[in-house]
Design a protein around this ligand. Structure first.
Ligand code: ACM
Length: 540
């Protein structure tokens, strides 16, 4: 044997023998043990599904059946027993946990709840080949035993659908990306200075006027507004459709209405109720940045209107969490408003921030008075920590973005639950490389895949506070972003890095290993049709 062919054979052998041990799973499961051999699918594969209330395990399998059939090159046929692929209940597992065992004879999946089965099937999907053309023969899966469960219960992604409006089709693509990486909270930023994007039946002007502005481009520095009318919003039926689509992927939708700052679209729609200076003109903003035009929180009519809006949102969004924003709210207009000055006096305070917290107190009391099923845990950005803590509603969580590590800890020390969404490096709108030609967005490009991956949420967090940390979330603000291509380019592959931080045990996280796995997912990304940043996929 010539030396070159010997080396070729050796390399082939190494590649073959390590292929099983480097299955490109993202996020990396909590435990994977590989064994010799593989399971080879047949043209027809029998499967069985344990019965479950509402048959929801069968529903989970059905929702992924087509994808699995394509990936495995098989057709599934349901049987009662002796199935090759079995989905069985193991009530001892946590709700999102699962086990996945592959032997030469078959595949066994166990979980206690539908979510666990969904994640197991997502893992199986990632073990299968991805191809543009039908497989020439059925696929195989390496023999292995996976025991898996997420590190954090909150694995989030926030889309700012207010600065630019993406619409149902793109939101569904975002949810598909999230589901692929086992993320489970879609934080939907639906109202800001530059647009109100959710139908509220009692206040139609919020969308008739507030969902439209006079420039597509949001001015900032050299970037000037244009003259294009820009508009879009979701009807309540649209919202229900998205909630159902997300629920099929075990993603809870967390709506955000950012109040009382970042509210110019609402103020422009109902200035007589919401403005601090109703006699002055108010517009849906066509600039970026922080506007001084905030709601008059001392006006009882503004408080009542906000309660009415929350009532409709609570009827629409079925989950426990609702986000009321609270970031970057200048107090200048309050300082010049008699009603606000008088209310601050009646609170016995000289800190105008307390007007904002008192507003939240009134909203919190309104929600706390509802029947149990209609109550909500309110989330606020971490600025809400700066004021009289006695005023804040009790059932809240803090989402920490600026000085995030410090303020998440401050929240936890106060006994509040917290979610880490550090601006740096988890704002995925920021450029992801310093290369020339990077599409226009914020940042200098430092928040690349590696920097995002290496953020460790519980670094230096004392053990006794860690249970207050619900999890992590990536945010994507869209001042500069108005196409699906640009949005997905910024999300991928960085969202996968955040997803792994959210799911995988800290001691198993390793950037070099992650990078190898995400690169091996290239065929999956190519067949998905999502846009993604190619920098990390180039050959070295
Ligand atoms: C924020 O980035 N202003 C929450």
């Amino acid at each position: 044997m010539r030396v070159t062919s010997f080396i070729t054979l050796l390399l082939t052998f190494i590649a073959f023998s390590t292929s099983a041990a480097t299955s490109a799973l993202v996020p990396q499961p909590a435990s994977v043990a590989y064994a010799d051999g593989e399971f080879v699918f047949s043209p027809v594969t029998t499967y069985s599904v344990a019965s479950f209330p509402g048959d929801s395990i069968a529903g989970v399998f059905d929702s992924l059946k087509n994808d699995l059939e394509k990936g495995a090159g098989t057709t599934f046929r349901q049987v009662k027993k002796h199935a090759v692929l079995s989905l069985e209940v193991n009530a001892d597992l946590a709700p999102e946990a699962y086990t996945l065992d592959v032997t030469p004879k078959g595949i066994a999946i166990r979980a206690s709840r539908p979510a666990g089965f969904f994640y197991a099937l997502q893992t199986l999907r990632q073990l299968l080949p991805y191809s543009f053309t039908p497989l020439a023969s059925p696929a195989s899966v390496p023999c292995l035993s996976i025991t898996d469960a997420p590190r954090f219960g909150w694995r989030g992604f926030m889309l700012d659908d207010a600065r630019h409006f993406f619409g149902k089709d793109e939101v569904k693509r975002v949810l598909d990306i999230m589901a692929t990486y086992k993320m489970n909270r879609f934080h939907w930023h639906l109202a800001d200075d530059q647009g109100w994007r959710v139908e509220i039946k009692k206040y139609p002007r919020l969308t008739d006027a507030g969902a439209r502005r006079d420039s597509k481009t949001l001015g900032w520095g050299e970037l000037k507004p244009d003259t294009i009318t820009y508009e879009g919003y979701y009807t309540q039926d649209d919202i229900r459709e998205i909630i159902a689509y997300a629920a099929d992927r075990f993603i809870e939708v967390v709506p955000e209405i950012d109040i009382p700052g970042h509210s110019m679209a609402a103020i422009a729609s109902y200035p007589e109720v919401l403005a601090c200076d109703p006699g002055h003109p108010h517009e849906v903003w066509i600039l970026q940045g922080i506007s001084a035009d905030v709601m008059n929180v001392a006006n009882p009519a503004a408080v009542q209107m906000t309660k009415d809006i929350l009532d409709e949102l609570i009827a629409l969004f079925p989950y426990r969490y609702m986000h009321l924003g609270g970031d970057e709210c200048p107090t200048r207009k309050w300082e010049a408003n008699e009603q606000c000055i008088a209310q601050l006096d009646s609170l016995g305070s000289t800190n105008f921030r307390d007007l904002q917290l008192n507003f939240y107190k009134l909203l919190g009391e309104h929600i706390a008075a509802k029947p149990e099923a209609d109550r909500r845990t309110l989330i606020f950005w971490n600025e809400a920590l700066y004021g009289n803590p006695e005023l804040l509603p009790k059932d809240i969580a803090i989402m920490a973005w600026v000085a995030a590590d410090r303020d998440a800890r401050k929240a936890a020390e106060r006994g509040l639950n917290t979610i880490l969404t550090p601006q740096i490096p988890y704002y995925l709108n920021r450029k992801q490389s310093t290369q020339a030609g990077e599409p226009l967005s914020q940042g200098s490009g430092r928040e690349n895949l590696e920097v995002v991956y290496k953020y460790e949420p519980l670094r230096n967090v004392p053990a006794e506070l860690q249970d207050k940390y619900l999890g992590v979330q990536a945010n994507l603000w869209t001042e500069y972003i108005h196409t699906p291509e640009h949005l997905e380019y910024l999300m991928l592959p960085r969202l996968a890095a955040v997803a792994e931080t959210a799911w995988t045990p800290a001691e198993l996280r390793d950037y070099t290993d992650f990078r190898t796995r995400i690169r091996a997912q290239r065929p999956m990304l190519d067949t998905s049709g999502w846009n993604f940043c190619r920098h990390e996929f180039m050959n070295e």
